[in-house]
Design a protein around this ligand. Sequence first.
Ligand code: 13P
Length: 306
Amino acid sequence: MYTTISNILKDAVRRKYAVVACSAINMEMARGIVSAASRANAPIIFLLGQNMMRQHAKAELLIPMIRTLAEYAPVPIATCLDHGNDPERILYSFRNGFSSIMYDGSLLPFEKNIENTKRVAEAVHSMGMGIEGELGHVGIAAACDGRDSSLYTDPADAERFAMETGVDCLAVAVGTAHGEYPKGYVPHISFERISEIRSRLPEMPLALHGGSGSGEENIIKAVEAGINKVNVVTDLFIAARNYLRDETASHPDIPYIELMSGMEKAVSLLAGKWISMTGSEGKADGIRPVNRIRTLESFEVVGLSE
Ligand code: 13P
């Protein structure tokens, strides 16, 4: 069942849980994640980042594959261009069958972020797709950006941003950061900040980026405070890499198909853990997937690069 993030996340707000949003850069990861979601009867979101696609994971190949898996899966599945800020990439997502995009204007001045996000939201909605915006800035874990509270989302600004842009989901900066944290470091998440934003925006799905390495207790509390979408990418990549590393070290002549199937299982196992951590297990039944997503041959996002 292929649908948008807005369709999936409305239910997450209503029933107070979070949906796992993770990346797959090949068939094994995609299938492992879909089978984890299907086993758990949970909705799931696939993220494809701009750079990930430039480097390796081409949407022309991955999106049709994920959409095929979604057609056969018994659970709602969405795809989302992650951290789109390049008009070319946004256009590319319109052409390649994404169901949703995250427009990242978080490094722009507040008014410019509102202006651009609103413009992208209008275009995205006209395509029948869903849109996430970001306010405050979720930085890089290795640079300890999560500790810098000046980057956190301001609750009053969040209220204005949501109202004026028309986004379907808001990514908030509350202490996490992207990628691997320095060894032994577990982020301090501001649950108060999440609750404050939640009380100002009772119906807005809130996204937590930089889920990897954040610790189970933090994730559970963040969801209790009001988070509805948890992005986790690095942890799944590490699980796949470690499986390949360990398995080829202990069985250097392992048949390739066996190796790939083993990696798929390793990814699936970890995805399943995240699904239960976020409380989305068993929630697929409450969602009625809607698919009015259009794919255009060409679409002009006027003036975005100004
Ligand atoms: P991690 O790789 O730290 O889990 O972050 C993922 C993310 O937030 C993608 O937008």
